[in-house]
Design a protein around this ligand. Structure first.
Ligand code: G6P
Length: 615
C-alpha cells in the first residue's frame, strides 16, 4: 500500500529515489512521483500515472538536480489513479511537498475547514489535506515545519507515514509515522535515507532506525538523527544493523521475482531451519519456546490471526498443533476477528502470522488480543517490522525479502516454522513419543532436498500451462492437510492470471461446486498418499463421471490415479503433515506459467499490493 522513499545528503537524490521506488514498487504501482529541491533552490514535483518507468520517462526532459528529495509509488485509496492524485502533493503556496502512505480518516472534516478558509485543493486525496493543513498552521502561527507538523498531527485521525520537503529549508526532511511503516537509514557521510522498508536503503548503509508510532524525525545531513513525538518529547529509536544482500533484491537472471522466489525455496527453508534444528537432526530449539515455555505449553487455546496466504499457512498450523500438541486452535481472518468482539482468555495464546509484519488488520488483531490479556506470538518474515515489535515473542521465518506480490517462499517458510513450533511444543508438553518426534524432525530436515526434486516438474508444468489459459474457472480440491493447499493454489491462480478459481475440501464438492463441473472446467486435485488417499480417488471419480478434466498432484510410485486423471504431476513422498510444503510447489508453478502464457505482469498483478497497510 504505497511506498515512500527519501534522501538528503551530498549525493544526487534522483537516481537514489528512482531505484528506491523500483524496489518498493511491489507496494503499489498505479502512479508514482518525486519532489526534488533543485540546485537553483526550486521545489520541483514530477508525477505520472502508471509505473515507475512512466515516471522516469516523464522526468527525461526535466530538471532532476538536487541532493534532497522524496518520492512515492501509489496504491490508490482515495481518488482514482491519475497524475493529479499521485504524490507528492504541493501545499497551496508551493513551498512544501508531502508524500503519504496510509489513510487520514477525518480528512473530510479537515478539508471542509481548510476550504472554508479559502485554501484551494487540486486532488481528491486524503493526503493533500495533510500538506495544506501543515502549511496553514505553519504560516498563520509563524511556526517551524517541525512545530507545524506536531500541531497538525494532533488534529489528524488515521494511519500515516509521511515525509515533507520545505523549499525554504532545503537541508531538512521532516517525516513521521503512525500505524504505517517508516525506516530511516543513517549513511556513512552524515546523509539520511528513508523508506517504507529497508530494501531501498540496504545498498547504501546497513545502519537503520525503525521509527515507532508517534515518532517525528528531522533529517539534516551532518547532524544527529533527531526524533521527537507530537508533544516534542525526545524519542530514542534503536539503531539496528540490517543484513540484506543486493542479490536478494534483484531478479538474478529470472524473468520475474516470483519465479526466482519459487526456486529459492529449498535454500530458504534451509535458512529457516538453520540453528534451530541441531546437526544430528533430532532436536528443535526455538528461543521463543525456551523463553516463554510455561506460557506456551499451558495455553488453554491458540488463536491464529492472519490474512491472505498467511491465513492459509495458519490453517495448516491448526492441524499440526492440534494433532501434535492436543491444544485447540482457531484460525481467524484478522479483519473479522478485530471487529467481532471475540471471546479471548488471558491464558489464550494468539499467533499472528504475517510475511510483511505490517498488515493493518493483523496489527489491529494483535492490539485487541493484547488488550484482552492474551499472550501474543508473531511469525514474520520482515525483520524489525511492526508485528515483531508488537508481539511478546515470536519466530522469524528467515526466507529473505519476498518481492513478488504473490507470496510463495514466505508461505512455505511459515508452514516450516509452524511445523517446528508444533513439534517443539508437543515435545515440551509430552504429547509426542520420543521416537516419533525424532523421526519427524529428521524428515523435516529432508524437505529442502525434496523441494529441489519437486521443482524438477517445472518444465512439465510449463508445457501443460497453455492448455489452461482458456479457462474462465478452475476448481482446486484437497482434503486434510491438503485442503489449505487447494485454497492457496486457487488464490495464486486468481491473483496473477485473473482466472476465477475456488479451493474446496474435496468431499464438500458434492454440496455445490459439483454443479459447475463440465469439460470446460479444469479441476486440480491434490491427491498425495495419505490416510484420505482412497477417499480422494473417489472424489476424482465423481469429477470424471461428470466430464471434468482432472490434473492430479500425486506421490511418486502412484499407479492408480493415472487411470482417472488427464495429467499427473509427481512429487516426492514425505510425512502427511509436511506434504503441504511440497505440494504447494507445482501449484505455484502452474499459476506462474499460466499467467505468463496469458501475458500478465506476474510480479505486479492489477489492484493488488504486497503489503496491505490500510484496512
Ligand atoms: C496481501 C498480499 C498477500 C499476503 C497478504 C497478507 O494481500 O498480496 O500475498 O498474503 O497481504 O500479508 P502479510 O504480509 O500479513 O502476510
Amino acid at each position: 500500500m504505497c511506498g515512500i522513499v527519501g534522501y538528503i545528503g551530498h549525493k544526487k537524490a534522483y537516481p537514489i529515489l528512482i531505484k528506491g521506488l523500483q524496489r518498493l514498487e511491489y507496494r503499489g504501482y498505479d502512479s508514482a512521483g518525486v519532489a526534488l529541491i533543485s540546485e537553483d533552490g526550486d521545489l520541483n514535483v514530477y508525477k505520472a500515472k502508471g509505473k515507475v518507468s512512466d515516471l522516469e520517462a516523464c522526468c527525461e526532459d526535466k530538471d532532476i538536480s538536487g541532493c534532497a528529495g522524496i518520492a512515492h509509488t501509489r496504491w490508490a485509496t482515495h481518488g482514482e489513479p491519475n497524475s493529479t492524485n499521485a504524490h507528492p502533493h504541493y501545499s497551496a503556496s508551493g513551498r512544501l511537498a508531502l508524500i503519504h502512505n496510509g489513510i487520514i480518516e477525518n480528512y473530510m472534516t479537515l478539508k471542509e475547514k481548510l476550504v472554508a478558509l479559502g485554501i484551494p485543493f487540486k486532488s481528491v486525496t486524503d493526503t493533500e489535506v495533510l500538506v495544506q493543513l501543515i502549511e496553514h498552521i505553519m504560516l498563520s502561527n509563524e511556526l517551524t515545519l517541525l512545530e507545524a507538523v506536531q500541531v497538525a498531527l494532533h488534529q489528524v485521525i488515521g494511519a500515516y507515514a509521511i515525509a515533507i520537503l520545505d523549499r525554504k529549508h532545503p537541508d531538512t526532511i521532516v517525516c513521521a509515522r503512525q500505524s504505517s511503516p517508516l525506516v530511516v537509514g543513517l549513511g556513512a557521510d552524515g546523509d539520511f535515507y528513508l523508506a517504507s522498508d529497508a530494501s531501498p536503503i540496504a545498498e547504501y548503509t546497513d545502519k537503520v532506525a525503525y521509527l515507532n508510532d508517534g515518532d517525528i524525525a528531522v533529517l539534516q545531513p551532518g547532524k544527529e538523527l533527531k526524533v521527537v513525538n507530537i508533544d516534542n518529547e525526545t524519542q530514542h529509536p534503536k539503531v539496528k544493523q540490517i543484513d540484506i544482500t543486493l542479490g536478494q533484491l534483484e531478479k538474478g537472471g529470472y524473468p520475474f521475482f516470483m519465479l526466482k522466489e519459487i526456486f529459492e525455496q529449498p535454500a530458504c527453508l534451509r535458512d529457516c531451519m538453520r540453528g534451530r534444528i541441531n546437526v544430528g537432526a533430532d532436536r528443535i530449539t526455538l528461543s521463543a519456546v525456551i523463553d516463554y515455555r510455561e506460557k506456551l505449553i499451558n495455553a488453554r487455546r491458540i488463536i491464529i490471526v492472519a490474512c491472505g496466504t498467511s491465513w492459509h499457512a495458519g490453517l495448516i498450523g491448526k492441524q499440526l498443533i492440534e494433532s501434535l500438541c492436543r491444544i485447540p486452535v482457531e484460525v481467524e481472518y484478522a479483519s473479522e476477528f478485530r471487529y467481532r468482539d471475540p471471546v479471548i482468555y488471558p491464558d489464550d495464546v494468539v499467533i499472528a502470522i504475517s510475511q510483511s509484519g505490517e498488515t493493518a488488520d493483523t496489527l489491529a488483531a494483535i492490539e485487541l488480543a493484547r488488550r484482552a490479556g492474551a499472550f501474543v506470538f508473531g511469525i514474520c518474515n520482515a525483520i524489525g517490522a511492526s508485528i515483531p515489535r508488537q508481539t511478546q515473542t515470536g519466530v522469524y521465518i528467515h526466507v529473505g525479502p519476498e518481492i513478488g506480490v504473490a507470496s510463495t517462499k514466505a508461505f512455505t517458510g511459515q508452514v516450516t516454522v509452524l511445523s517446528m513450533l508444533a513439534l517443539c511444543l508437543a515435545h515440551e508438553r509430552g504429547t509426542i513419543r520420543a521416537e516419533h518426534y525424532k523421526e519427524m524432525v529428521r524428515e523435516l530436515t529432508l524437505i529442502p532436498a525434496k523441494l529441489e526434486k519437486a521443482l524438477e516438474s517445472n518444465e512439465q508444468i510449463e508445457r501443460l500451462a497453455p492448455i489452461f489459459t482458456y479457462a474462465k474457472n478452475c476448481l482446486y480440491l484437497g482434503r486434510g492437510y491438503n485442503y489449505p493447499v487447494a485454497l492457496e493454489g486457487a488464490l495464486k491462480l486468481k491473483e496473477i492470471s485473473y482466472i476465477h478459481a475456488e479451493g474446496y475440501p474435496a468431499a464438500e464438492m458434492k454440496h455445490g461446486p459439483i454443479a459447475l463441473i463440465d469439460s470446460e472446467m479444469p479441476v486440480f486435485v491434490i491427491a498425495t498418499r495419505d490416510h484420505l488417499y482412497d477417499k480422494v480417488i473417489s472424489n476424482i471419480q465423481e469429477v470424471r463421471a461428470r466430464g471434468g478434466r482432472v490434473t492430479a498432484i500425486v506421490t511418486e510410485g502412484d499407479t492408480q490415479i493415472q487411470k482417472f486423471a488427464d495429467h499427473i504431476i509427481v512429487l516426492p513422498d514425505t510425512l502427511e503433515c509436511f506434504q503441504p510444503i511440497i505440494a504447494s510447489i507445482p501449484l505455484q508453478l502452474l499459476a506462474y506459467h499460466i499467467a505468463v502464457c496469458k501475458g500478465k505482469d506476474v510480479d505486479r498483478p492489477r489492484n493488488l499490493a504486497k503489503s496491505v497497510t490500510v484496512e
